[in-house]
Design a protein around this ligand. Structure first.
Ligand code: EAX
Length: 328
């Protein structure tokens, strides 16, 4: 008995504030994302488009491509590098091969509250990461959130790690995520987001994990009867621009894009957070069985995953982990 569809309404877009920016040239931005048109990420992109078009007085046109139609997170990022696409906003996790320090965000239960993620991303560490990621043909200009990841599956309710025994779980293409699910006793397999719905539908995998907003906007509830509110990892989105495109822009327009990316990030995080309760309710109404764990039940998962911190310490950098853990 698979569930009916659920759809949570997005709030109206805010008005654009700020002065028009005068500069020469006409530019076109194709902006691609993995999540679909009904998610908070897309709502953020619509706001970005509105800001950029209004402030540039139409000299910069933004065209949005949701749902991985121009490629998944990795493919879109490499299209930026080759200059065939101007912007994308992937999860940090599939990019760890390019930027190893991003793996810090894959550590389980790193940020107990979303405000702590904000403090790190918008503070010195996050700003330094944007600078470091402005290399290899990319310019990184802002942070958004995919959010706290939750587990879904087609087989049975999951309340403790033992319930994961033998479950085939799709993870992002990221070794730390594989480690997490192996450590918990599941049978994880990495897969691109673009292939995920079909893999769930056809039973190639039993489950997956993503934030509520992404579960709903991708209609995973239509092929997954059970969800568990694990909040096991907080995944940021990073706003990337093709360096080839960036270098053609007048400085004033570069600044316009930076400002718009910051405003989009704040707005998109706000939308994603305020909708969470409503989305959970809509998913329940659609027939999904959602298990909400008690703090004691969460602790069982947490304790079981503590070794992951030691396993990854050297690779990620102990200092970075300590810096973040000192802040949260
Ligand atoms: O672009 O792969 C995933 O599970 C993510 O949600 C994806 O990065 C969204």
């Amino acid at each position: 008995a698979f569930s009916a569809s659920a759809a949570t309404e997005m709030p109206p877009l805010p008005e654009v504030k700020g002065e028009k920016v005068e500069a020469d040239g006409n530019f076109k931005i194709k902006f691609s994302i993995g999540t679909t048109e009904s998610g908070a990420q897309y709502r953020g992109l619509e706001y970005f488009e509105k800001i950029v078009e209004q402030r540039s007085d139409g000299n910069i046109q933004v065209e949005l491509f949701p749902g991985a139609q121009l490629g998944d997170d990795r493919q879109a990022t490499s299209a930026l590098q080759s200059g065939t696409l101007e912007m994308t906003m992937p999860s940090t996790s599939p990019l760890v091969n390019m930027f190893p320090e991003f793996a810090v965000f894959d550590l389980p239960f790193l940020f107990p509250q979303p405000e702590m993620a904000d403090a790190v991303l918008d503070g010195e560490i996050g700003q330094q990461m944007l600078e470091d990621a402005s290399s290899q043909g990319l310019v990184a200009i802002g942070w958004g959130e995919n959010g706290y990841r939750q587990l879904t599956n087609s087989q049975h309710p999951v309340e403790e790690p033992a319930d994961l025994d033998g479950l085939k779980i799709r993870t992002m293409e990221n070794d730390l995520h594989l480690d997490i699910w192996r450590t918990l006793g599941a049978n994880p397999t990495p897969m691109s987001f673009a292939e995920l719905f079909t893999a769930l539908e056809q039973g190639v995998v039993d489950g997956q994990e993503n934030p509520w907003i992404t579960i709903e906007s991708s209609k995973f509830n239509e092929v997954q009867d059970y969800a568990t509110e694990t909040n096991h990892v907080y995944t940021p989105f990073i706003t990337l621009v093709s360096a080839r495109f960036w270098d053609r822009l007048p400085e004033d327009y570069q600044q316009l894009l930076r400002d718009a990316a910051t405003e989009m990030g704040d707005y998109q995080r706000h939308v994603s957070r305020t909708l969470n309760d409503q989305i959970k309710q809509d998913l329940k109404d659609s027939g999904m069985q959602i298990t909400e764990l008690t703090p004691e039940q969460v602790k069982v998962f947490q304790d079981k995953l503590e070794p992951v911190y030691e396993d990854w310490r050297d690779q990620i950098g102990g200092e970075l982990i300590d810096d973040i853990r000192a802040q949260v």
